[in-house]
Structures are given as C-alpha cells and as structure tokens.
Design a protein around this ligand. Structure first.
Ligand SMILES: Nc1ncnc2c1ncn2[C@@H]1O[C@H](COP(=O)(O)OP(=O)(O)O)[C@@H](O)[C@H]1O
Ligand SMILES: CC(=O)N[C@@H](CCC(=O)OP(=O)(O)O)C(=O)O
Length: 265
C-alpha cells in the first residue's frame, strides 16, 4: 500500500485560499501517483491567539509549546475543535471524503507524557500503534485528517506537536514519502537560500549549527529519529505557493531529504 503523509502547517490553514489550493494539489498528485494520502494538520498560530485572549503567556521550549494543564481546554478547543473543523470543512468543499481523526483513536498511535514534562507540562510523545482502522479507512477511499491532540492509555489529554504526529504515522503506515507544507520554501542556509537536498547523515550536524531553530528544529529532530526503512523522501515546501510550484512543474519545490546523498545508490 503506497501511502504519502502530508503535514499542513497552522500558518497555511490561516490562509483559506492556500489551504484550498494545497488540498486540490494533493488530490491531483495522489491520483497521478496512485497513492493513499494521509493528512496531519497543525494550528500553532490559532493556539497563540486563543491563549493570548485567555491571558495565558505563550512559551516554547525547544520548539514545543509549554502546555500547563490549566491551558489544555483552550489548546484542545483551538486544535481539535475549531482548526480541525475548518480543515475538514475545506476538504469537504474540495469534495474529498475526509474523516476527522484523533491520532490515538483505535490506538493508531500510542501517546505518553513527554520525558521533559517537568518543563513542558501536558505535552506528549507518540509512537506507532495499531494501523488496522487506518488501513481499512484508506482502502475504502477515505482521507484520514488528523489533528495533534492525543489521549494516553489512561485517558489523559496531551498536546503533541503535529510534526511528531506526521513522523509517527509515517513509520506506522510505512509511508513512502512525507511532505511538509510550511511557511518557508524549505530549510534555509545562512544566506537565507533554500538548501535543495540534504542527506539523512547531514541532519545531525545541521541541528547542532544553531542555524536551524524553533519549528524547523522540531521537524529536523523528528526526521533524525525516524525509521527510514520504507521512506524514500521527505520534502519541505512552501504551502503558500503550492499553485506556483505545481503548475508547469513535475513536483513541489523545496528541500528534499533522503537517506542517502544525492546521486548515491
Ligand atoms: N534554517 C531554517 N530554515 C527555515 N526555517 C527555519 C530555519 N530555522 C528556523 N526556522 C523557522 O521554522 C519555521 C517553520 O517551522 P514551524 O513554524 O513549526 O512551521 P510549521 O508551521 O510548518 O510547522 C519557519 O517559519 C522559520 O521561522
Ligand atoms: C507541543 C506542541 O508544540 N504542540 C503544537 C501543536 C500544533 C502544531 O504543531 O502546529 P503547527 O504545525 O502549526 O506548528 C502547538 O501547540 O503549537
């Protein structure tokens, strides 16, 4: 089963036009490439706004949101409520057979408290679980669309970074490819130029340079820890320019990350 994981950034979701075009591009691409698409969405900017309105200070630790238990109702309301309904709504408009999913439904993923929970509060880490439900949905032609709020096996509600959900689903479903639609054209070098290709062995060094930080650091870390057995490529591309980079081009432009160096076999 050929699966591709698509991660939609929260900044992209704020831009209705770009979201609509990106979902259409995924639709065309999955028909052309005959693969099953699985979508994961973020929603960070919405959480920032909602927390601000409640008088909660927005704080990050190594790119992850510090999520005190008292803020979980607001964070859940934003990510698994409003943002999720919005993405499903646009998918419906584009005539996609979308199924809204919590990552831990059917134990698709298993979630536990983050090892740094003393600093992060109610933040979780995930690992692959049981894919039976997901595979059945894909085989029936549904598009699973995941938000990133999870339950532990004891029912505690935890905030998980959407990039980590995408990476865990990639391993669980043995996906061939993962595409991150971000707000930047790819991983940028010290001159703000997009790095066209990075080999897995170069990521470790990249995360130590200090040049890659905040949200991009979360992505890079999730890729280092990934099992690359089935994965052929990870692409980081600008979701706000989906139309520009697909029309007339064979694929999205951006940073392509592969297990081996370019040209190696
Ligand atoms: N070297 C880098 N190249 C590109 N983006 C970077 C880099 N270092 C830090 N970033 C930041 O990472 C952000 C993308 O990560 P994030 O905000 O989590 O996006 P997303 O919404 O796609 O999850 C960019 O907007 C940029 O501010
Ligand atoms: C723990 C943690 O960092 N959770 C993220 C989940 C949403 C997310 O990842 O959204 P983006 O993809 O838009 O960044 C957060 O609360 O912002």
């Amino acid at each position: 089963m050929k699966v591709v994981i698509y991660k939609l950034s929260g900044k992209l979701i704020k831009d209705s036009d770009a979201l609509n075009k990106t979902l259409r591009a995924i639709q065309m691409r999955s028909e052309r490439g005959q693969h099953y698409p699985v979508i994961v969405h973020g929603g960070g900017p919405y959480v920032d706004t909602w927390c601000d309105a409640w008088g909660y200070q927005v704080e990050k630790y190594q790119g992850l949101r510090v999520s005190p238990d008292v803020q979980i109702p607001v964070i859940t309301g934003a990510l698994a409520g409003y943002v999720h309904m919005r993405v499903i709504g646009v998918a419906k408009d584009v005539k996609i057979a979308a199924i809204g999913m919590t990552p831990t439904t059917g134990e698709s993923l298993v979630c536990e408290l983050h090892p740094d929970s003393d600093k992060l509060g109610s933040v979780g880490v995930v690992r692959p679980g049981n894919t039976r439900l997901l595979i059945s949905l894909l085989q029936q032609g549904y598009w699973p669309i995941f938000h990133s709020m999870c339950h532990t096996i004891n029912g505690q509600c935890l905030n998980v970074n959407a990039d980590d959900i995408a990476a865990a689903l990639c391993v669980a479903l043995q996906a061939e490819e993962m595409v991150f639609f971000s707000d930047v054209p790819g991983v940028l070098d010290t001159h703000q130029q997009t790095i066209p290709h990075i080999a897995l062995s170069e990521l470790e060094q990249l995360q130590l340079t200090g040049h890659v930080h905040s949200g991009m650091l979360v992505k890079i870390k999730s890729l280092i820890n990934l099992n690359w057995e089935s994965l052929q490529r990870v692409l980081i591309t600008n979701g706000h320019q989906t139309e520009k980079t697909t029309i007339g081009a064979s694929d999205f432009e951006g940073t392509s990350i592969t297990e081996l160096s370019e040209g190696a076999s």
